[in-house]
Structures are given as structure tokens and as C-alpha cells.
Ligand binder design. Structure first.
Ligand SMILES: Cc1cc2nc3c(=O)[nH]c(=O)nc-3n(C[C@H](O)[C@H](O)[C@H](O)COP(=O)(O)OP(=O)(O)OC[C@H]3O[C@@H](n4cnc5c(N)ncnc54)[C@H](O)[C@@H]3O)c2cc1C
Length: 348
């Protein structure tokens, strides 16, 4: 990753040494962004049983969808270890058994507000536990928004997703140098998985509010590639879809690895980096771009077929769990994006 601007973060950094914003920030709302999808899972399992001639379970009433008798379903389907069917059944079971909510938009207010730049994070302390969270709202928004993924065995997130309006948080920061470049004619490409999109929500809102998507009277293209498992794991999907519908120069490309198990998902399903490659102009790839990436560049994307990205005129921002985010950086570099224009934030 020579030349790439890497901004590592240490989860354990002494939170107390960061500037105090407020000891009494008030939670104003905690809204689930995902949905309960038990009925969808039950339908998908019934379809699987039917397709494997196990529909007698459905007819005899031996299989009740509420709750799903997973050991019985697994015994009936008897999927071979490592098979597509096994992966499907496991994924459906994970989805059915996961806690709800799994993804929330948490907003808080501080007396007098505070200044930050899009892309920065704050450290939240609640019940004596501190963790960093990227700010998902624009600096101009009234309340500050965070997109929080519930880590079931985690220390802080189970408490945060359960917080009520009025709860008080200690907020420190703002921190981080994962910031937008100065405006230029370059296209902006955001790559994220899951809540890694939080700083991009702030950056995108701000970019459009401030007209930073226009440079010397020319519109720049703004792309967001966002990878998740299920459709309702996409944070802020409605806002991104609205931008996409309203603005010629905004392109929202969700890529969902498991959604087709639950609905007729006809969008992208590959890893974020492979999806990105489908939208890159094959003829503009660096000469030594890896063959695997070239193969994806030769494929047709699902949407926006007439639009192609040129690595030499892109600035790229990648965010998410560290291994994935740094992997995306490698891909950007290997297709010819200049290291000066690649920025990354890892969530540890
Ligand atoms: C700069 C920065 C910004 C961040 N911004 C966000 C954000 O916007 N939204 C957000 O949800 N998180 C964000 N994180 C991660 C966050 O700080 C916590 O690590 C996370 O919320 C888990 O906290 P916890 O106390 O519940 O779990 P912990 O008790 O800290 O961890 C329990 C275990 O879960 C693992 N784990 C941590 N995060 C995840 C995850 N997302 N998925 C699966 N396993 C995980 C840990 O590695 C650990 O093994 C950010 C991290 C950094 C460094």
C-alpha cells in the first residue's frame, strides 16, 4: 500500500484524553433501520421444503412457521456439508435468530451543538463504556446521528440499541482525519460495508448541501458502493435511493450477498470490490491490473450501463471493518487510482 494514506485507529485509545463535547448529551431518538423478517424467512423455508419434496411436512402441519423448528427443517433437508443448500439454510436460520433491532439510527443533541467535519467520529461513553462512532449526519443537521450495528456479544452496542430518548451520553471528540479532499473535477467513489457507510452519509449530505458536486460549473459524479448481507441491513437506504432518483450525478450501487434467499433481489450480489470493477472502464485499467479484477471489469453491471469510471480521475474513500477496508484500498491502487486520492478508515 505504498503511497496510500492510511489512518489507523486504536479502539483502546484513552477516551478520557479526548476533548469533552458534552457529559450530558441527550438521546433524542433510536430508530431501527432493519426489519423483522420472520414471515419472509418462513416463506423461504416453505419454498425450500417444497422444492425438496418435503412438502408433506407443510401439509401435515408437522412444520409450523412460528417459531420455525430449525432442527426439523435441517433434518428434513439434510444438506451436505459445504453445499449451497447448507449455506442457504444456515443463512436463513442466522437471519431468523438474530436479535432485533440489529441496526439503529441513534440521534443525540448537545447543548449549543459542536463543530466537526464530515468523516470525523466521536467517542460515546455510556454506562462507563467508551467506543468511537463515525458521525452519520451533516455538520448542518440539528441533531447528531450515529448508525450503530448491534454486536450481540458486544459490551456497548446492546445497551445503545436499547437506549431511550432522554438517556444521557458523554460525547468526546470530534476526532479523525478521514476527510473529503478539496473540491476538484475528480469523480468521488465511496466504498463501504455495513455501518462503514456512516461517515459517507455525512460527506454525501454535506457535498450536496454545499454544492461540492459541481466544480468549475461541471457536475462531478458521486458513486456509493455499499455491501451488506440483507436489503434491510443497508443503513440510510431510503435517503441514498432518493438522491439517486433526484440527481443525475449520484449513483447508489448496493450489493447484497444474501438477499436473494428472501426476496426477488435483482441488484448486485458480488463483493464490493468486484462490483466496483463492473463499473470501471476496462480500457482505462492500469496495465498490471490483476486478471481477477479485469474479469469483473469485462462484465456488465446491473445498472447504469452507460456510465464507466476512469481510475485516473477518481478519488476513493473506503470504510468498514479494517480487513475489508484495507483490502478495498489494495484494489483501488492496483487498478491505477493514485495513492494520494485513496483514503481509508478501519473500524478495528
Ligand atoms: C473510528 C471508528 C469508527 C467507528 N464507527 C462505527 C459506526 O459508525 N458504527 C458502528 O456500529 N461501529 C463503529 N465502530 C466500531 C465501534 O467502535 C465498536 O467497536 C462496535 O460498536 C462494537 O462495540 P461493542 O462494545 O458492542 O463490542 P465489543 O465488546 O467492543 O466487541 C465485541 C466483539 O465484537 C467484534 N466486533 C466489533 N464490531 C463488530 C461489528 N461491526 N461486527 C461484528 N463484530 C464486531 C469485536 O472485534 C469484538 O471481538 C467504529 C470504530 C472505529 C475505530
Amino acid at each position: 500500500m505504498e503511497g496510500i494514506e492510511v489512518k489507523p485507529h486504536n479502539q483502546q485509545e484513552a477516551a478520557e484524553s479526548l476533548p469533552l463535547i458534552s457529559e450530558t448529551a441527550r438521546v433524542t431518538s433510536v430508530e431501527p433501520m432493519d426489519r423483522r423478517r420472520h414471515a419472509d424467512v418462513a416463506d423461504a423455508v416453505a419454498t425450500l421444503l417444497d422444492a425438496h419434496d418435503e412438502d408433506h411436512l407443510l401439509e401435515s402441519g408437522e412444520w409450523g412457521p412460528d417459531p420455525i423448528d430449525w432442527p426439523q427443517v435441517e433434518a428434513a433437508l439434510d444438506p451436505a456439508s459445504g453445499s449451497t443448500l447448507e449455506r442457504k439454510v444456515e443463512s436463513l436460520r442466522d437471519r431468523d435468530e438474530r436479535p432485533y433491532p440489529m441496526l439503529v439510527d441513534l440521534r443525540f443533541e448537545t447543548e449549543g451543538g459542536f463543530e466537526f467535519q464530515p468523516g470525523q467520529y466521536v467517542t460515546v461513553r455510556y454506562e462507563d463504556v467508551s467506543r468511537p462512532y463515525s458521525i452519520a449526519s451533516s455538520p448542518t443537521a440539528e441533531d447528531t446521528a450515529l448508525a450503530i450495528r448491534h454486536v450481540p456479544d458486544g459490551t456497548l452496542t446492546p445497551m445503545l440499541v436499547d437506549a431511550d430518548p432522554g438517556h444521557e451520553l458523554e460525547i468526546r471528540g470530534p476526532n479523525g482525519e478521514f476527510l473529503l479532499e478539496s473540491p476538484s473535477s475528480r469523480d468521488i467513489v465511496f466504498l463501504a460495508t455495513g455501518t462503514g457507510v456512516a461517515p459517507f452519509k455525512s460527506m454525501i449530505d454535506y457535498t450536496f448541501e454545499e454544492g461540492r458536486d459541481v466544480f468549475e460549473d461541471e457536475e462531478r459524479d458521486v458513486w456509493l458502493f455499499l455491501g451488506c448481507a440483507w436489503e434491510d441491513d443497508l443503513p440510510y437506504r431510503e435517503a441514498f435511493r432518493e438522491y439517486d432518483a433526484e440527481r443525475e450525478n449520484f449513483h447508489f450501487v448496493p450489493t447484497l450477498s444474501r438477499e436473494e434467499y428472501l426476496s426477488k433481489w435483482d441488484g448486485e450480489t458480488d463483493y464490493v470490490q468486484h462490483t466496483l470493477m463492473k463499473y470501471v472502464d476496462e480500457s482505462e485499467l492500469a496495465d498490471d491490473a490483476p486478471v481477477e479484477l479485469r474479469e469483473f471489469a469485462a462484465m456488465d453491471p446491473v445498472a447504469d450501463r452507460d456510465r464507466r469510471l476512469d481510475p485516473s480521475t477518481m478519488e476513493v474513500y473506503a470504510c468498514g471493518l479494517s480487513a475489508m477496508a484495507y483490502g478495498l484500498v489494495d484494489v483501488a491502487e492496483s487498478i491505477g487510482v493514485s495513492g494520494r486520492h485513496v483514503h481509508v478508515e478501519g473500524y478495528g
